[in-house]
Ligand binder design. Structure first.
Ligand SMILES: Nc1ncnc2c1ncn2[C@@H]1O[C@H](COP(=O)(O)OP(=O)(O)OP(=O)(O)O)[C@@H](O)[C@H]1O
Length: 383
């Protein structure tokens, strides 16, 4: 009844079962040995050393005896080499493999990694060996989970950065104040030196404020540069450079630096309103004084104050109310970090009534002065 073919196939199957039994036998016998190895493995594992020279081939060979029937010695050998390279390589932190046979051999790879002081994990179909402990789940290796790239607008990113930094600055300011007040409480001559303490306090406050402003200025510079270097920023800069005002930029900045009052005239649409105040703001930020400057630019109408501030914010890659804001009667958008404010001339006039010196303001632009409304006339004579 036996044909030679089926006999041959039977023989092969038999040989396989023999082989299996052989492995099982060796596996069973080596179980007790693996117990003996346990302390050795632990010390290697927890010692944190990645000294591959400490592992002789014998040790690996010995471990290979524990493999299941499906293991491929060549594959594990390859992993031995890969893990050694990982240990040698200072830059790489992990090896990621999606190879099917690696999954099949995972237990051996994990064993090998552990003995070499490495960590390993099987994430679905992916084998990872790493120098650092691995989490239970890795979203980046989850093939079932759709990978979506979330692009945060640069303006939003900057706003978040700005808010976080402002919060940190305030924390620092508060902690320094607390230390200062504690020092005062501990002082033995508290009553006697009360006036001196007050002076010291205001001095400390000023110097702390100075530090905060310096920090903020650096941050403003970094943000400005990152916008100017971004593709959108470069595109915007190209447009701005095409305006006639750009050719006069350096001359204008010099004239402003040398004179207290200057009159600028230019054709319609050359960039007087949107560019000139911005040149000053940019140059102050670039020279690290951004947080110390405060520019006001008046507009004859509410609508133009709002529209221009929005345009200038967009040219700077920001949301309205960040570095650039506006203020008109009953409405406004400006924040603590607003350093260029577009407002109606009426708003400036009202401010002049209560503060003739415009304290804190570094530059005033009175735009559309040729319209010479009542407000423009009054504010230009006052400032
Ligand atoms: N909201 C906007 N959107 C797109 N481009 C704008 C916007 N506002 C201004 N521009 C562009 O910027 C250029 C400069 O405008 P800006 O208002 O600064 O000129 P101006 O010299 O003040 O003009 P005017 O004398 O009429 O006030 C304009 O030519 C226009 O091309």
């Amino acid at each position: 009844m036996h044909n030679p073919k089926s006999a041959a196939s039977f023989l092969i199957a038999r040989a396989k079962s023999l082989q299996l039994r052989h492995h099982n036998y060796r596996f069973l016998t080596s179980t007790s040995r693996s117990l003996l190895f346990t302390p050795f493995i632990s010390t290697r594992f927890f010692s944190g050393h990645y000294n591959i020279e400490q592992f002789s081939d014998d040790e690996y060979d010995c471990d290979f005896e524990n493999h299941q029937a499906s293991s491929t010695v060549a594959n594990v050998d390859e992993w031995k080499w890969k893990l050694s390279m990982l240990l040698r390589n200072e830059k790489d932190q992990e090896i990621v493999s999606r190879d099917k046979r690696d999954r099949r051999d995972y237990e051996q790879i994990a064993n090998l990694a552990k003995r070499m002081g490495l960590y390993s994990e099987l994430f679905g179909k992916v084998v990872v060996a790493s120098k650092v402990p691995l989490p239970n789940y890795r979203p980046d290796l989850d093939d079932k989970r759709p990978q979506r790239e979330v692009v945060i607008p640069l303006s939003l990113q900057r706003r978040v950065e700005g808010l976080v930094q402002e919060y940190l600055d305030r924390l620092q300011l508060n902690s320094e104040k607390t230390i200062d007040s504690l020092d005062n409480v501990n002082s033995k001559n508290q009553v006697k030196d009360i006036d001196m303490d007050e002076n010291a306090n205001s001095f400390v406050d000023e110097s702390v404020m100075e530090k905060v402003l310096q920090k903020r200025s650096l941050r403003m510079r970094n943000m400005q540069r990152s916008w100017q270097e971004s593709p959108e920023g470069k595109k915007m800069l190209e447009f701005r450079k095409s305006l006639p005002a750009y050719r006069e930029k350096e001359g204008l900045l010099q004239a402003i630096a040398r004179n207290q009052v200057i009159v600028i005239s230019g054709e319609t649409g050359c960039g007087k309103t949107t560019q000139l105040p911005q040149y000053i703001l940019e140059s102050e930020i670039e020279s690290g004084r951004g947080a110390f400057c405060s520019i006001i630019c008046t507009q004859p109408r509410r609508i133009s104050a709002m529209a221009v501030s929005e345009r200038v914010s967009a040219e700077r890659g920001e949301s309205l109310g960040e570095t650039v804001g506006f203020k008109v009667r009953l409405e406004g958008m400006r924040g603590k970090n607003t350093h260029l404010l577009f407002c109606t001339s009426g708003i400036l006039l009202r401010r002049l009534l209560s503060d003739r010196n415009l304290s804190g303001i570094t530059h005033v632009f009175v735009d559309e002065i040729h319209e010479r409304g009542m407000n423009e006339g009054s504010s230009s004579t006052s400032s």
